[in-house]
Design a binder for this molecule. Sequence first.
Ligand SMILES: [Zn+2]
Length: 257
Amino acid sequence: MHLTATTVVGAGLRDLARLVVPVRCPGCGLWDEPLCSRCAHCFDGPPQRCEDDVPRLDRDPARLRGLDPLPVWALATYQGEARGVVVAWKDRGRRDLGRPLERAARRGARRLDDVVQAARGTAVHVVGVPTGTAARRRRGGDLVAGLASAVVDGLVRAGADARAAPLLRRAGGLDQVGLGARARGRNTAGSYVLARRPAPGALHLLVDDVVTTGSTLAACEALVSGSGGLVLGALVLAATPSPGRRTSSVAKGGTGV
Ligand SMILES: [Zn+2]
C-alpha cells in the first residue's frame, strides 16, 4: 500500500503505532491484537484453590504445626497463553497489559466469598508481595502493587471493608530471575522484612502475580503472622502446575478459609 500523509493521519494513533511497532497478542501470537479476547479470558477465573500443589508452602510454620497450609487462590494456571501474557507484562515491557490483568484481579477478588465472609465486621488488609529494586527498575514500577490496589477495590465492591497495607519490603535479596527452584528458596529466606507491624489480630490477604514454589508466600505469611497478624490466604494471577498435576486439579473450588 502506498502511504500518503492523508492515509496515515486517517489511520489514527493506534494504527500509526502498529505501522511502527507491530503488535501481537502475547498469549497466542495473533497479529494486530494487544491482547486477544480468548487470551484475556484465561484470567476470568473463578479463583481456584491451589495450595496443595505448591511445594514449598510446606515450609510455612502453620503446616509445621500440623495446621492446614495457607489457602492460595489462583485465577489461572501458569502455562500456555496465560504464562505468555504474564511474562510479557512482567519482563517484556508490555505495561499496557497491567490494566486487563488488574481488571481480572478486581473481578477475582469480588468472588473471594470466603475472604469477604471472614471479614464481616472487620477490615481485610491487602498486602502486595513487594518487588525488588532491580525488578522494579526493569519493569518501570511495582506491578504487584497495582494488582493489590485492584484486589482492594474488588473486595470493597463485594461488600468487605478492605484497605491496602504495604507492610512488607524487600531486604536486599537477589533478583529471582534466572534462579532455579532450590536457589529461589534459599534466596527468598530473609529477603523480606516488615516495613511496619500489623495490627494485632488484623486480617490480611497476600497478593502476588505468580506462585511457583510458594517460598515467597510462605516467607511473607511467616512475617505477618509472626508479628500478630492473621493471614487469611493469598490471591495470585496464576499458579505453576506441579509435575504430574491433573489439569483439573487447580479447579478444586473454594473452601473455608
Ligand atoms: Zn491471544
